[in-house]
Design a protein around this ligand. Structure first.
Ligand SMILES: Nc1ncnc2c1ncn2[C@@H]1O[C@H](COP(=O)(O)OP(=O)(O)O)[C@@H](O)[C@H]1O
Ligand SMILES: [Mg+2]
Length: 379
């Protein structure tokens, strides 16, 4: 098998923080690897190492068969990267942003302009292409940033949390764009905090926590480990809980229900989707048990973490927060601090640690490992 990306034993420390702890990963050519993990897991650090923006303390990595440590300049020719925070120049129009990147790649005037128009069209930005990108919505900026990463048609693409902070509609648009790209043969490494996103886009998934891989497999394999879908029923009358539980367990032989008496909720594994839900409603109704709420719950990253590690994914990982893949080269040969325009925050990794980007503020509360954390991730 040919690999688009291989990393072995990557280690990176920031002071005492071990951001990468012997991380291994591989992306077979033409496939999508989802790197799934909560804030602070080490996703951005891994992307920065793989895209030549950061040297690891140990380990090795290859992109498109090129050693990224030995030959970073050549590696950059084969890769594109789009970060969590869109690195577009706000004062330029969408067209000008893309044209500028084409020029930096020495595409030539005509080819560069043509490529810019083509990408605007592909990313549904044609109508907005001639206005300053500061007038764009968050979703449009992300699409423009991604388009920028594709100007030189890199065979390997890195997307760091491409939909974090987007509203559901923009997220859906982004998923469509990514799906089209992958159909075109691009190999992709995608980081995300959302199991649903990895499920939707990735062929293989690794789950990363504290800089190392704690689980891997296809989405289905991981979901099976997590326990798959669950049917949740809340009934109106607490006195009938036991009866309802027996009814529901009978409807799913082998399934053992959990009961939460306080909230009158019964939860049990469900592998029949809506058919199982309808049957549950029928049975309860026939027995005259009033249902207050019923639904199917798909496993979230929190569920996955609880089941894999015994602690929730939302737990604050460490004292620092640094999550910025902007300012990065797209393979164009500038270093990470060289593209300063419009991005006052990127004056060095250390100073960025508490940069306080509005999309990246967490509540900063410390939670103990093992605590049952089910807080929703901010969207
Ligand atoms: N420039 C930096 N200086 C100090 N600590 C950092 C820096 N960048 C990242 N870290 C720390 O390294 C760990 C991994 O961070 P990161 O790779 O940004 O995680 P993720 O992208 O998964 O949220 C976190 O504990 C983070 O606080
Ligand atoms: Mg990150």
């Amino acid at each position: 098998m040919t690999y688009a990306v291989v990393a072995e034993g990557l280690v990176k420390h920031y002071g005492t923080v071990r951001a990468l702890d012997q991380l291994d990963l591989a992306v077979p050519e033409g496939t999508v690897l989802g790197v799934l993990g909560p804030n602070g897991a080490g996703k951005t650090t891994a992307v920065r190492v793989l895209t030549t923006l950061l040297r690891p303390d140990a380990g090795r990595a290859e992109v498109a068969g090129i050693d990224v440590l030995a030959d970073p300049a050549r590696a950059r020719d084969s890769l594109g990267v789009s970060g969590q925070y869109a690195a577009v120049d706000e004062h330029l129009t969408g067209f000008e942003n893309l044209d500028m990147i084409g020029r930096l790649y020495h595409l030539g005037r005509r080819a560069s302009r043509a490529r810019a128009r083509e990408l605007l069209e592909q990313f549904d930005l044609s109508d907005a292409g001639d206005r300053p990108s500061k007038t764009y919505s968050g979703g449009m900026r992300r699409r423009l940033d991604l388009a920028g990463a594709l100007v030189a048609r890199p065979p390997v693409l890195f997307l760091d949390e491409p939909t974090t902070g987007l509203d559901p509609r923009s997220r859906g648009d982004m998923w469509d764009v990514i799906t089209t790209l992958v159909e075109g043969g691009t190999s992709l490494l995608l980081t995300t905090q959302y199991l649903e996103e990895a499920d939707r886009l990735a062929d293989n998934i690794i789950v990363v926590d504290h800089g190392k891989v704690i689980a891997e497999g296809t989405a289905d394999q991981l979901k099976a480990q997590v326990g798959g879908e669950r049917l949740e029923v809340v009934i109106a009358d607490q006195a009938r809980l036991v009866e309802a539980r027996v009814l529901l367990e009978d409807s799913r032989p082998g399934g053992v229900a959990e009961v939460d008496e306080h909230v009158r909720r019964i939860t049990l594994p469900s592998d029949r989707g809506t058919a199982g839900l309808i049957e549950a409603v029928r049975r309860l109704d026939a027995a005259g048990i009033e249902v207050q709420d019923i639904g199917i719950r798909r496993p979230t990253l929190d569920d996955a973490f609880l089941s894999l590690t015994g602690h929730g994914a939302s737990a604050e990982r460490a004292g620092h927060q640094a999550d910025d893949s902007r300012g990065g080269s797209r393979g164009g040969g500038t270093d990470s601090s060289g593209s300063g325009a419009g991005d006052p925050g990127t004056d060095g990794a250390g100073q960025r640690a508490r940069g306080g980007h509005p999309e990246h503020q967490t509540d900063g509360r410390q939670r103990r490992a093992g605590e049952h954390v089910m807080a929703r991730k901010e969207i």
